[in-house]
Design a protein around this ligand. Structure first.
Ligand code: 13P
Ligand code: ZN
Length: 276
């Protein structure tokens, strides 16, 4: 018996991210919000697999005030300390399914050897809540350390507007992929409730957040949507870095797209760019 599609997709995504070099060692984490029919079929889907299902779920009761909009939701979420190079060999150890409660979660399945959800669980819960309030089809949150994005934020003083426009200006179609832009959170200590709360706030207005000098997180209706956002932003950050390096000039002094060029792309492709 094989795993359900959403687990296979999450596993594949973790490996793709590791291959890209975005998830060194235990870096990065992913969560997926299960659909109603997937929740109903949990026991059926996992019986005959290595995944443990728990009659008496382990419960964490004092994590945080979980927003109403996600209480009762089921998240498939990677374990803290999971290595994406190796996760595909042992998804029953490195992933699990939790049901969100009023103040924490119950472990419904997985984490066979006793691992626990990612240290960025606050961010995952609050990000799902923020995006779900904007789009009922929202499902996936990905965090990783996409190399070019991290490097760009180390080299340049970035704000939401400057980063968004810099990345749009070097890759013509990126404005179509993320017309609502990228929000930047100045550096904060990872894994805290504070970083989760700040991220949740930013995600009310866009789907992509850069944690300066740390990494990026994206949200989407499926894994491909979510991965594609980071892939595009990271490609643009790489172009911007190369352009600065090759020319020896600040990005804007190069032959990049102007605001008028970007407006023309928006009008042809029927999107509204955030800072234009
Ligand atoms: P976890 O191993 O707890 O998921 O942490 C990885 C990470 O990237 C924290 O920001
Ligand atoms: Zn991280």
């Amino acid at each position: 018996m094989t795993y359900p599609k959403y687990l296979l997709e999450l596993v594949q995504t973790t490996y793709d991210m590791w291959q890209k070099g975005w998830d060194e060692y235990n870096g990065g984490n992913i969560s997926y919000r299960l659909k109603k029919d997937e929740i109903e079929k949990l026991s059926e889907d996992f019986s005959g697999t290595s995944y443990k299902l728990y009659d008496k779920p382990y419960e964490v009761k004092d994590l945080m005030a979980v927003p109403k909009i996600v209480q009762g939701e089921y998240l498939l979420i990677t374990a803290s300390g999971s290595h994406f190079r190796y996760l595909k060999e042992q998804p029953e150890i490195d992933t699990g399914i939790v049901k969100l409660t009023e103040n924490g979660y119950q472990i419904i399945a997985g984490y066979n050897t006793g691992k626990r959800p990612t240290s960025e669980i606050f961010m995952h819960i609050l990000s799902h809540a923020a995006r779900l309030s904007q789009n009922e089809n929202h499902r996936v949150v990905i965090h990783n350390h996409a190399t070019n994005i991290v490097l760009f934020s180390l080299l340049n003083e970035v704000t939401s507007e400057s980063l968004t426009k810099d990345l749009w200006s070097v890759l013509t179609e990126s404005i179509v992929v993320f017309p609502d832009g990228i929000s930047v959170l100045p550096w904060e200590v990872p894994g805290t409730r504070e970083i989760g709360e700040a991220t949740g706030e930013l995600l009310k207005e866009c789907r992509l957040v850069v944690w300066a000098k740390h990494g990026v997180l994206s949200t989407g209706v499926d894994f491909e949507d979510c991965f594609g956002l980071i892939e595009t932003a990271n490609k643009a950050a790489g172009l911007a870095l190369d352009l600065q390096r090759i020319s020896g000039k600040p990005l804007k002094e190069n032959n990049v797209l102007s605001d008028d060029d970007l407006r023309a792309v928006c009008s042809a492709l029927k999107v509204q760019g955030r800072y234009l």
